[in-house]
Design a protein around this ligand. Structure first.
Ligand code: NAD
Ligand code: LMR
Length: 336
């Protein structure tokens, strides 16, 4: 179900078609290492970095690395800075906004990040309506519906082009399951579906080779995957949340999108998208394995057969997801 050769291909030395990629929030904790990893991806030939502060410095620094891309920094100090960072771009990654501090939930970030993401979405709708948009800013369960709602209002919403980045959950799941099972993490593939916060994160252990793990170990593993973000927030002790593992996750996700654009076959990984899977239950956005193609999300795949225990997790996740999605949509409707 997962594309095993993606990581290798990301750093191959031959350039395929040239792609323009824009990072918004490029001066931040995620933005900087993410931009570095994108500078090392030979599919990217035009890298544009935007931030309300610091993007010029990051761009100049990265521009000295001898890979086949140009890097330019943009900021609000320039006339049309954001517009120029966006115009003609193929893929946009958005790690702009504030991160959590200990004791906060991702939903606590809504009050600041919802407005940031809404305004960025308006600029994207105007300057880059055809780009693939990858939302990293939290709370992802709500920020993706916010972007969708803005694009709908602007008449440019294409559900195949909008993604919530949940790859950090899948990379954590690979790592954590390998620690429990004593295996090689690079060989572990755990589908993670649902959303990106606490109980909405549903790792499908029944679809791995470790479905017979004793219940106690399995429950602890599921909990660790669901609340892995808290481990980092706690360890950073007020200095933010996951940035380096997220940069790796974001660069991996960007490469899935670029590989799809490039016409590679069988590029499949979970992402939180506008989804037909549970629409009849009022849940318009859901993360499940996506097949990437030139148009973006070429196919939204179902989650497959799951255990009775996972059915229970799914039911609980849906309740929260529904509220998170409504909150995002209402925010845009009310701020008109
Ligand atoms: P950070 O504070 O280090 O960086 C955020 C950057 O965004 C800053 O440089 C800031 O100047 C910039 N910014 C703020 N408003 C902006 C705007 N309007 N336009 C452009 N840039 C703007 O934070 P971080 O650690 O990089 O985290 C960023 C976001 O990513 C947070 O919301 C965090 O919760 C989220 N996150 C998501 C995941 C995920 O799995 N999806 C993982 C980790 C973090
Ligand atoms: C994560 O999963 O690490 C991110 O969503 C950041 C956070 O707030 O935990």
């Amino acid at each position: 179900m997962f594309s095993r050769s993606i990581a290798r291909r990301a750093f191959s030395s031959t350039a395929a078609n040239p792609y323009k990629v824009t990072v918004i929030g490029a001066g931040g904790g995620i933005g900087q290492p993410l931009s570095l990893l994108l500078k090392l991806n030979h599919k990217v030939t035009d890298l544009r970095l935007y931030d309300i502060k610091g993007a010029h410095g990051v761009a100049t620094d990265l521009s000295h690395i001898p890979t086949n891309s140009t890097v330019k920094g943009f900021g609000p100090d320039q006339a049309d800075g954001l517009k120029n960072a966006l115009t003609g771009t193929d893929v946009i990654l958005i790690p702009a906004g504030v991160p959590r501090k200990p004791g906060m939930t991702r939903d606590d970030l809504f009050s600041i990040n919802a407005g940031i993401v809404r305004d960025l979405a308006k600029s994207i709708a105007d300057a880059a309506p055809k780009a693939k948009i990858c939302v990293i800013s939290n709370p992802v369960n709500s920020t993706v519906p916010i972007v969708a709602e803005v694009l709908k209002e602007k008449g440019v919403f294409d559900p195949k082009k909008l993604f919530g980045v949940t790859t950090l959950d899948t990379i954590r799941a690979s790592r954590f399951i390998s620690e429990v099972a004593g295996t090689n993490p690079t060989q572990e593939k755990v589908p993670v579906v649902g959303g990106h916060s606490g109980i909405t994160i549903i790792p499908l252990i029944s679809q791995t080779t470790h479905k017979l793990l004793p219940k106690e170990k399995r429950d602890a593993l599921i909990h660790r995957i669901q609340f892995g973000g808290d481990e980092v927030v706690k360890a950073k002790n007020g200095a933010g949340s996951a940035t380096l593992s997220m940069a790796q996750a974001g660069a991996t996700f960007a490469n899935f999108v670029l590989s799809g654009l490039d016409g590679e076959k069988d590029v499949i990984s979970p992402s939180y998208v506008y989804s037909p899977l549970y629409k009849s239950e009022g849940i318009d956005f859901f993360s499940s394995p996506i097949t990437f193609g030139p148009e973006g999300a070429a196919k939204v795949n179902p989650i497959g057969e799951i255990s009775a225990e996972e059915e229970e997790l799914l039911a609980k996740a849906k309740e929260t997801l529904k509220k998170n999605i409504e909150k995002g949509i209402n925010f845009v409707k009310q701020s008109k």
